[in-house]
Every structure is written in C-alpha cells, then in structure tokens.
Design a protein around this ligand. Structure first.
Ligand SMILES: Cc1cc2nc3c(=O)[nH]c(=O)nc-3n(C[C@H](O)[C@H](O)[C@H](O)COP(=O)(O)OP(=O)(O)OC[C@H]3O[C@@H](n4cnc5c(N)ncnc54)[C@H](O)[C@@H]3O)c2cc1C
Length: 429
C-alpha cells in the first residue's frame, strides 16, 4: 500500500504539546507483555498494565500517535455503531447489558484519564450533537436518544429550529444532544497517555517497527527493524487501520478506509459565535457522515470520506471545502489552513474484533470512526484480561480470524459504495 499522508500537515501535529522522548529499542530486552502499536489502544493498555505492576514494553513503528490516534476529529463520542437494543439483540441479554455499559462509559474513560493524570490536553465536554439529514435520520436519532436516556445518559431531542440554533446551519431536520460527548486535541491525548504510561513504568519505543512474531516455547520472540528483539511472555497487537502481515489473514479482516479533514484559519470572534455557539461537537446521520467542530484556537474543522486511495494533492479535499461553504456560507472567505487524513479500519459487522490466534497473542482490530473512547477503554479492558486471563474482563468475545472473502475486490466494492452512498446521502442543503 502507498505511504499514507505524513503526520506533519495535520492541525494536531502543529498544535500539540511536545512529545516525551520515546527512543528506538536499542538492545534486546525481556518483558511480561510486549504491546505493538502506539495508538490509544496500545498506549492505554501499556498504561494500565504498568499500573497493575506488569513489566511492559511498547513498540511503535513511527512516533506514538502517528496513526489514527493523532489524526482523528477529536470528537469523544460514547457508544458503538449500534444502539443499546441492537447490541443486546446481537450478543444476548446478559452479555449485551455489560457491552452497553462498556460502550456508554467510553467517553468517561477519556476525560477521567485526562483529569487523573493532569494531562496537557485541550478539551471541553459540552456534548455531541447528531444532526438528522433526512426523515429516516430523524426517527433514528429519536430512537437513539430514547434508548440511551433509558440507560441513564443525559440526552436532549432537538427540533429543526433548536438544531439550527445549536449548530449554526439550517441544513438539518432535527437531532439529539448526547451530553456525555466532548472534544479533545487528539494527538495531545496520545502524548498524554505516553507520559502517563512512562510514569507508571512502561517502556515506550518509537521508530521501532515489528517485523516478525514467532512463538518460542511458552514465550514470544518479537523481531524489529532495529535488529534487536523483545522476548515477551505475551503480546498485544494493536495496529488497527495500519495492520500489516504480522498475523496471517488479519489485515484481510478489515477494510482500511481513509477519513479526510480540513481546518480553517482561526475565525473572528463574531463569526465564531454563529457556529456551534455552545461548544458542541457534531456529526450527522449520513452513511458517509460529515463531522465538524472547533479546535481550542477557533479553527473550524470539517471531516468526511474522501477517495479510497491515498491522497495525491489538495484536490482530494475539495469536496469537504465545498461542504463547509454550503453548511456555513458565512465563512466562505476564510482560508483553509490544514488538510490531512488517516485510516479507519472497518470490519464486516461494524463491530470491533478481538482475536487470540495463538496462546499469549492477543489482537484488537476494527475501530470504525468512534475509537477515541472505545480504543482507550478497550486498552484498559485488554490490560485487565492480559493479567487475569478472565474472559469476563473483556466487553466482547474472542473470535477466530476470518478474512473477508475476495478482500482485494472489496476495495473496489468500497469505492463503488462510497460513490453510491454519496449519491443516496444527498447533497448538503
Ligand atoms: C481522520 C480520522 C478521523 C476520526 N475521527 C474520530 C473522532 O472524531 N472520534 C472518534 O472517536 N474516533 C475517530 N476516529 C477513529 C479513531 O481515531 C481510531 O479509532 C483510534 O485512534 C484507533 O486507535 P488505535 O490505537 O486502535 O490505532 P492507531 O491509532 O491507528 O494506532 C496503530 C499504530 O500501530 C502502529 N503500527 C502499525 N504496524 C506496526 C508494526 N509492525 N510495528 C509497530 N507499530 C506498528 C502504527 O504506526 C500506528 O501508530 C477517526 C479516525 C480517523 C483516521
């Protein structure tokens, strides 16, 4: 696959506090657990393992937060793709209750960690608004708001006028507010997790790509491109949309699609007051959803799907810039300052997947687009499981690895679906 867009053009890389030192692995070492991948999942697992007294080493091919965790929209939204009733129907009543409880608390995990470790992460917890772009979308948000309210979440249903007032655009028919949601500077959060994990005793090495995994007796030999290896009791693979071929078939269990974003120059105070005046973050009910928010310095961000291939130039963001101008015509003369993208791993059933292809090798993959809370909370659950061995510590069952049939062809299908969804989602009014 072509080299993904580098981290440097992202807004987050330009505005995050500096990273702690994470030198490459320089010599062979032993650890109880070796975590591969320095995104939210791997970093949270390393932090919680170290806090439990487990000797942990984390290896990241680039710098921690280089993947989706440093490039995302920073919208902290609880829940999974499915609403509580659907989740219970999927996994059964008892397991479903535990899963809904897990999903409902994922935003809490993020904000609690930021507070508990006094992380230098710009954040605000004013709630998430999901705007409904069609009548079907309206019924969807009403059902969602009702179900989460029944689980104790603070929610509010918005009619057409209320949603227009809170979003600053009259493009939506209504919506709901989920007050558990909020905004973070995502790369700052990844870097905050690095510092917290290091303070707890985890060893974190950047610029260290794992090239091979081999079982040796009851342990794992984790080979790297640095010419040195880790001898680990257990391994957690948390490479998500950037998964390669370390575990046979794994990469083919997901479709890794790029999500694209733009950010404007900071808006004037007067313009700023006309959009999201109460500090919400927002995304909508489109299949190829649009998501937007302000950053902590008054830039307006807009995200959505782009071409399936890796971007080749600014034209690949042109559709988002058009959408921005349609939703918020008042900012049409404000220049775009940043354009970037990152990979989201989508599974066939739109659920995150856990695998244990061999004893002592645990895999987490498939985060969809809501992974800030999910992957941070999953990392904590995986840390517990790695020390307890109790499946009840996991929110989801461990599944066999089942590659998507004709995976290569699926890339073509996805491109076709993107084009189809774009058409059926309708334009922005
Ligand atoms: C553009 C975009 C916008 C998004 N917006 C939101 C949002 O607003 N809200 C939300 O909740 N979620 C959002 N998401 C999803 C969220 O960012 C992800 O779900 C989450 O960051 C995934 O975390 P992770 O730790 O699983 O994987 P990643 O953060 O992708 O980390 C995987 C890491 O593994 C490393 N790696 C891969 N192979 C190797 C190897 N062989 N050796 C060592 N390291 C390796 C990679 O370099 C990478 O850093 C968005 C995602 C994208 C891409």
């Amino acid at each position: 696959m072509a080299e993904p867009f580098p981290l440097s053009p992202s807004l987050w890389a330009a505005t995050a506090p500096p990273s702690a030192a994470t030198p490459p692995l320089g010599e062979p070492t032993r650890a109880d657990v070796c975590v591969i991948g320095g995104g939210y999942c791997g970093l949270s697992a390393a932090l919680h393992l170290a806090e439990q007294g487990t000797d942990t080493v984390l290896l990241e091919a680039r710098e921690p937060g280089w993947g989706a965790s440093g490039r995302n929209g920073g919208q902290v939204i609880p829940g999974l793709k499915y609403d509580p009733a659907d989740l219970k129907a999927k996994v059964g009543d008892e397991r479903g209750r535990a899963l809904v409880d897990f999903a409902g608390r994922t935003a809490d995990t993020v904000f609690d960690l930021i507070d508990r470790h006094s992380m230098d992460v710009p954040h605000v917890r004013a709630g998430w608004i999901q705007g409904a772009h069609t009548e079907t979308g309206l019924s969807e948000v009403a059902r969602r708001a009702e179900q989460w309210a029944a689980w104790g979440a603070e929610t509010e249903l918005l009619d057409r006028n209320a949603v227009a007032r809170k979003l600053g655009t009259d493009s939506y028919l209504g919506g709901w507010v989920d007050k558990r949601g909020g905004a973070i500077q995502p790369l700052a959060f990844a870097r905050g997790l690095v510092r917290a994990a290091q303070a707890a005793g985890a060893r974190i090495h950047g610029e260290t790509k794992v090239t091979r995994l081999e079982p040796r007796g009851t342990r794992w030999h984790v080979e790297t491109d640095r010419g040195v290896a880790v001898d680990a009791g257990r391994v957690l693979l948390a490479t998500n949309g950037y998964t390669g071929d370390l575990v046979p078939g794994l990469r083919r269990t997901v479709i890794a699609v790029n999500s694209f974003q733009v950010a404007t120059e900071p808006l004037t105070d007067n313009l700023r007051k006309t959009i999201l005046p109460e500090g919400h973050v927002s995304s909508d009910t489109r299949k190829l959803l649009l998501y937007f928010r302000f950053d902590h310095q008054g830039r307006l961000l807009m995200g959505g799907r782009g071409p399936f291939r890796e971007p080749t130039g600014p034209d690949d963001w042109a559709h988002l810039e058009r959408v921005l101008g349609k939703l918020f015509p008042q900012i049409k003369d404000t220049p775009i300052a940043y354009r970037w993208c990152g990979r989201v791993a989508v599974t066939r059933d739109f659920m995150p997947h856990l695998h244990e292809p061999a004893p002592g090798l645990l895999v987490d993959i498939g985060c969809m687009g809501r992974g800030i809370g999910l992957q941070t909370t999953m990392g904590r659950a995986l840390a517990r499981y790695l020390t307890s061995g109790q499946a009840t510590d996991l929110p989801l069952p461990i599944l066999p690895i089942r590659p998507i049939p004709f995976h290569g062809l699926n890339r073509a299908y996805v491109s076709a679906f993107i084009a189809w969804y774009r058409m059926t989602d309708g334009g922005v009014k």
